[in-house]
Design a protein around this ligand. Structure first.
Ligand SMILES: NC(=O)c1ccc[n+]([C@@H]2O[C@H](COP(=O)([O-])OP(=O)(O)OC[C@H]3O[C@@H](n4cnc5c(N)ncnc54)[C@H](OP(=O)(O)O)[C@@H]3O)[C@@H](O)[C@H]2O)c1
Length: 244
């Protein structure tokens, strides 16, 4: 990364995201940080941790991801952004989404449409640095038990692969994370799946990838890539019964 890129603004979309906060902690030293989120009060704790970690300034901006028109003005006002962490997202209620199309559309809007909108604006407005996007193992092969969320991650992952190729040869890199089960707010109350990780481990992996100075797709933990390869081979009558 060139020195200008290292000094630019860090924009966290999803101010209270467990994973996003951990990534920001690792990249905020000496930089101006913009926390874009829905809950100013809860973002205050994040702001304090980032200032303790060496951020030069931290400011909060109201951000509703589903308000697509708001993305461009908000991101432009935050700039010049050289690190963007696109960490907003919802797991949603799969059971409800099966009979209530509004829930299915809410998940699709936040986890796919708004991600595509935000990533498009970021790629258009950022000149150098890195964008972090969060795909998931859930998108690798959709499961009956969470196919609404899984389908958004499949779409987002495909978008990110294409965007990374488009950015090839520029000074802007896209780090696409493919975590498995992450123990945190999003999965609260759920039994951790095999190879579960914590937000800090996700952050360590993606920040290390960004440090290599090129776009990358990162399985977290790394061994998940092996499980992913096996997942594609499981016959559908068996796959159908896989738990969430
Ligand atoms: N946790 C996992 O197991 C896991 C695994 C693989 C991938 N991922 C992905 O990693 C990313 C970060 O996840 P996380 O674990 O850090 O989740 P998290 O701690 O639950 O944080 C999600 C963030 O998204 C924000 N958000 C939700 N809906 C929003 C909306 N409509 N507008 C603006 N902000 C909104 C939340 O804000 P509020 O506090 O206002 O709701 C919160 O800041 C997500 O894309 C997730 O799908 C997570």
């Amino acid at each position: 990364m060139n020195s200008n890129a290292r000094n630019g603004t860090l924009l966290l979309l999803g101010a209270t995201s467990d994973i996003g906060g951990e990534v920001a902690m690792r990249m905020c030293r000496g930089r101006n940080v913009v926390l874009a989120g829905r809950d100013r009060e809860r973002a205050e704790g994040v702001a304090k941790r980032l200032l303790d970690a060496g951020a030069a300034t931290v400011r909060f901006e109201q951000f509703e991801a589903a308000d697509l028109e708001s993305h461009r003005p908000l991101f432009e006002a935050a700039g010049p952004v050289t690190t963007a962490i696109v960490a907003f997202g919802v797991l949603g209620d799969q059971e409800r989404a099966e009979s209530d199309e509004r829930e299915a559309a809410r998940i699709a809007t936040v986890d796919y449409l708004a991600q595509v909108n935000a990533l498009t604006v970021l790629a258009d407005t950022m000149e150098a640095g890195e964008i972090f996007a969060f795909s998931s193992i859930a998108g690798w092969r959709a499961r009956r038990a969470n196919y609404v969320y899984g389908s958004t991650k499949a779409g987002l992952d495909a978008f990110c692969q294409g965007l990374a190729d488009r950015l090839h040869g520029t000074e802007l890199n896209l780090i696409t994370a493919r975590p498995g089960f992450v123990i945190g707010s999003m999965t609260e109350g759920m039994t951790p799946a095999p190879m579960s990780v914590r937000p800090a481990e996700v952050a360590d992996a993606v920040v290390a990838a960004a440090g290599r100075g090129r776009s990358a797709t990162v399985w977290i933990p790394r061994q998940l890539a092996v499980l992913a390869a096996v997942m594609k081979l499981v016959p559908r009558p068996v796959w159908r019964h896989m738990p969430r």
